[in-house]
Design a protein around this ligand. Structure first.
Ligand code: DAH
Length: 343
C-alpha cells in the first residue's frame, strides 16, 4: 500500500511539471482526484487490507489527497494569472494622443429657466424650497381659501391617488401653507415644482407642467413691492427692461388678485402674431395673500401682509426659447431638447 502511495505521488509530480494551461490543470485534477481517479481507486482498495491497518492507510490516503488538492489549486491560480497577463500584454495598444470628441448632454430648457430664476431670486434674498408632488386636499385647496365645492376647483381637476385624500398637486401654491408654518414671518421664498392637471393636451395644454411660486411676507408689504420684484425679475429673465401692467384676476388665495402682463418683446406693443395682436403677453398671476391663507399658515394677518405669484415656468420657457408646442418639453426628443443652451 505504501509503495502505491509513493508511486501515485511520483506520477503526480511528474505530470505536474509538464502542465502549462488551465485546461491541463483540470485534466490533472480529474485524473487524480476525480470520482474514478487514482486516489479514489486507492480508497477502494482499503477493503482488501487487514482491519488493523485500515485506519493508518486511510489517514495516509487522506494526507495524499489533501496534498494533491492543494498543489492543484496553487498551480491553477498561478496559471490563470499568467494567462491573464498574457492577454493584457498582447492587447492592442491604443494611441492616447489621438483626438476624440467628448459629447456632453444639455440641460432641459425648463431647468435652464428655473436655474436662471433661482439665481435672480436668491440674489434678492429669497430661499429656494422643495415640496412634494403628492399633496392632500387641505394643502392644495382648503388652506388656499378654496373650500370643498367651490367653483374655483373646477379649473384645477387633477389625478387622485387611491390612498385616501392624496392627489397630484395642481399648482405650486399647494406648498404655501407648509412653508409658512415651517418658517413663520417674515418670509421670502420661491418654490419651483412639477404640477399636474387632468387636461386633454394640445399645443398650449399639458397634463404635466412646471410652475414657480414665490411669496414674500413682512410688515407693510404692498402692491408696489410686488410690482417692483416682478419687474426686476422679468427684466433679468429677458435681459431687457420690460414694461408690465396689472389687470384684475380672480384667485381665491389672493385679495386683490392680478394677472401681470408684459409688453410684447417682439413688437414693443404694436401688435404681432406672438401677442395675438394685443401688444401684451399674459405672464404671471399674482396678488396680495388673502388674510385667511395667512391665518391657515399660522401668520397673523393683522400684523403681516405679503404677496404671492405663480409663474408658469413652462410658459416662460416657451416664450424665452420660442417653443411653439408645449408637448415638446415632455417629448423626450433629444433632437428638439438638446438645442437649448444657457447663454
Ligand atoms: N396657483 C395659480 C394657478 O396655478 C396661480 C397663482 C395665481 C399663484 C395667483 C399665485 C397667485 O401665487 O398669487 O392657477
Amino acid at each position: 500500500m505504501n509503495s502505491k502511495v509513493n508511486d501515485i505521488k511520483a506520477l503526480f509530480n511528474e505530470k505536474l511539471s509538464s502542465v502549462s494551461s488551465s485546461q491541463q490543470v483540470e485534466e490533472l485534477r480529474v485524473e487524480f482526484l476525480g470520482k474514478k481517479g487514482l486516489v479514489a481507486e486507492l480508497m477502494s482498495e482499503l477493503k482488501n487490507i487487514p482491519n488493523e491497518e485500515k485506519k493508518e492507510f486511510g489517514r495516509i490516503i487522506n494526507v495524499l489527497k489533501q496534498e494533491i488538492e492543494q498543489t492543484v489549486s496553487e498551480k491553477r491560480t498561478a496559471i490563470l494569472e499568467a494567462e491573464q497577463q498574457k492577454i493584457i500584454d498582447s492587447a492592442e495598444q491604443y494611441d492616447e494622443s489621438l483626438p476624440y470628441e467628448i459629447k456632453t448632454g444639455s440641460y432641459h430648457p425648463i431647468t435652464l429657466v428655473q436655474r436662471d430664476l433661482e439665481r435672480i431670486f436668491t440674489s434678492m434674498g429669497f430661499s429656494i424650497e422643495n415640496y412634494s408632488e403628492i399633496v392632500d386636499d387641505y394643502h392644495c385647496f382648503e388652506a388656499l381659501n378654496i373650500p370643498k365645492h367651490h367653483p374655483a376647483r373646477d379649473m384645477q381637476d387633477t389625478y387622485y391617488l387611491s390612498t385616501e385624500n392624496q392627489l397630484l398637486k395642481t399648482h405650486t401654491s399647494a406648498a404655501q401653507n407648509a412653508i409658512m408654518k415651517k418658517y413663520g414671518a417674515p418670509l421670502r421664498a420661491i418654490f419651483p415644482g412639477r404640477c399636474f392637471r387632468n387636461e386633454s393636451t394640445d399645443a398650449c395644454h399639458e397634463n404635466t407642467f412646471f410652475q414657480m411660486e414665490g411669496i414674500m411676507i413682512d410688515k407693510d408689504i404692498s402692491i408696489s413691492n410686488l410690482i417692483y420684484f416682478m419687474k426686476t425679475m422679468l427684466s433679468e429673465v429677458f435681459q431687457k427692461d420690460v414694461t408690465v401692467r396689472l389687470r384684475p384676476g380672480f384667485f381665491p388665495f389672493v385679495e386683490p388678485g392680478f394677472e401681470l402682463d408684459i409688453k410684447c418683446l417682439n413688437c414693443g406693443g404694436e401688435g404681432c402674431p406672438s401677442c395675438k395682436n394685443s401688444g401684451w403677453l399674459e405672464l404671471c398671476p399674482c396678488g396680495m395673500i388673502h388674510p385667511n391663507v395667512l391665518s391657515h399658515g399660522g401668520i397673523d394677518p393683522e400684523e403681516y401682509t405679503g404677496f404671492a405669484f405663480g409663474l408658469g415656468l413652462t410658459r416662460l420657457a416657451m416664450m424665452k426659447y420660442g417653443v411653439k408646442d408645449i408637448r415638446t418639453f415632455n417629448s423626450g426628443s433629444l433632437k428638439a431638447l438638446s438645442q437649448f443652451k444657457n447663454e
